[in-house]
Design a protein around this ligand. Structure first.
Ligand code: DLL
Length: 436
């Protein structure tokens, strides 16, 4: 394997040097934070009046956590640390309720962010000879412009196709010889289904790799996309509060996502006790942004559940790796008293070869009890007129799910391509119990 580094000195920096760099950047982040109305109050209450009050990295523990709720409370300018005139862009995520979370960037922030994304892209083996089709939403969402800028920095030819319209996507791939894709994993699966439906031959495409992220997915889903599309798929993690994509990414070893520790200070905590998790234990990821001036965010509770890999990576990078994010502490479902993560359901069904590329989870009340229904598509080869094999498959899915989540779901099988697909992040769970 020939490993490719965008910034060799930084990516392979010895840990003690990396920690020195983190400390000096943390002091700067605190200095910027003290210029914002929100942190001025919060930090002074915690006895931190200047960046120099942070003497070691462990002093970070004195800084209170920041939550999404705080960011909303601070809307619109409570977290801005530079004059408004120095802001050149904003990104915002609306969520379903409340004020949007808004992140402001100055010109230096935009350039730094693009550099982190370029580091991720280059580390997968891409070069300027690649043609990059960015099949993700542009606009206030960070995925579009974030990858666009990173791709350009690497020198790839970027096709800003955005999400949706698979027929047009195939046309672009064929016309320009696309070699690299970026999309949500659910959209990549949809692309593959549509390819078969529209009779697009794989040989007419030059695809080599895809970056898949912005939503959780299982290792089986990755394998499925890789096998069906015959490409290498790299897991890409990020969140708008930490600029967007470019926070953590798989290298060519594809075994955990390097989190760029010169820009993002990482902690894993127990979400109940808020204490640090033991080394290698799963918990909630907390990140302090060390690479943005205009909107400093310290100790942000991401709600994402993951753990740190403890073994070194064969690529030689010294930045630690996150294990695949399995879900969020707030997406756990409680069904008849049993805790179920949607990712557990995905893991079971995506490992079955008869199951197609899309599925939905529904929960409703039936009398006093909760009723879980799993609707899944079936591959065209398995969807026959004869109902016996389909009934057997239904039963197999039900039994395997019950063995994994202890609840016996109702299983519905649907024809390939018939379940609704969202262009952005997949919306898989419908919980109709509220208000009952
Ligand atoms: O999704 C930024 C992004 C764009 C990442 C493109 C990767 C690619 P938000 O809309 O703020 O930002 O959503 C962030 O999405 O806290 C996770 O819960 C989830 N998420 C993102 N990437 C992954 C991943 C963008 N690879 C939220 N695996 C995060 C699991 C992910 N979950």
């Amino acid at each position: 394997m020939i490993w490719q580094y965008w910034n060799h000195p930084i990516e392979t920096m010895p840990r003690d040097e990396l920690e020195k760099l983190q400390l000096s950047r943390l002091k700067d982040a605190v200095r910027f934070a003290l210029r914002t109305p929100f942190y001025k109050k919060r930090l002074e209450e915690a006895g931190i009046k200047s960046g120099d009050d942070i003497k070691t990295l462990s002093d970070l523990g004195r800084v209170p956590f920041t939550t999404k709720h705080d960011l909303r409370e601070g809307f619109p300018y409570g977290f801005l640390s530079v004059p408004r005139e120095d802001v050149v862009r904003l990104h915002a995520s609306s969520g379903t309720t409340g004020a949007p979370t808004t992140i402001y960037f100055n010109a230096a922030d935009i350039d730094t962010w693009a550099d982190y994304v370029a580091r991720c892209i280059y580390g997968t083996g891409c070069t300027k000879s690649d043609v990059f089709q960015n099949m993700i939403t542009y606009g206030l969402f960070t995925g579009g412009l974030g990858f666009h800028a990173g791709g350009e920095k690497v020198g790839m030819m970027v096709i800003p196709s955005g999400a949706g319209n698979t027929t047009r996507q195939f046309r672009l791939m064929q016309d320009y010889g696309t070699t690299v894709l970026h999309a949500t994993p659910s959209f990549l699966l949809h692309v593959e289904s549509k390819m078969r439906e529209e009779g697009v031959s794989r040989n007419s495409l030059k695809l080599k790799r895809a970056f898949a992220g912005a939503e959780p997915y299982s290792e089986d889903t990755r394998r499925r996309i890789e096998e069906l599309l015959q490409i290498d798929v790299f897991n890409s993690y990020g969140l708008s509060e930490m600029n967007g994509p470019g926070v953590a990414f798989e290298c060519q070893a594809k075994n955990g996502l390097h989190i760029w520790e010169d820009g993002y200070l990482v902690e894993i905590i127990n979400p109940e006790t808020l204490e640090s998790a033991a080394a290698g234990e799963t918990g909630e990821l907390v990140i302090t942004c060390l690479c943005r001036e205009a909107t400093p965010i310290l100790r942000y509770r991401t709600r994402d559940l993951t753990s740190l890999c403890l073994d070194p990576c064969p690529c030689g990078r010294t930045h630690r790796r996150l294990r695949r994010i399995t879900g969020r502490s707030d997406d756990m479902l409680i069904i008849n008293g049993v805790n179920v993560f949607p990712s557990q359901i995905e893991e079971v069904i995506m490992a079955m070869k008869e199951v197609g590329n899309n599925y939905l989870i529904e929960i409703e009340k039936e009398g006093m009890l909760d009723r879980l229904t799993v609707k899944t598509e079936v591959t065209p080869e398995s969807f026959r007129d004869d109902t016996r094999p389909l009934n057997a498959l239904k039963e197999k899915i039900r039994r395997t799910l019950q063995a994994s989540i202890t609840i016996s779901p109702r299983v519905e099988l649907h024809e390939s391509g018939s379940l609704p697909v969202s262009e952005g992040k997949a919306v898989r769970v419908t919980d109709r119990r509220a208000g009952d």
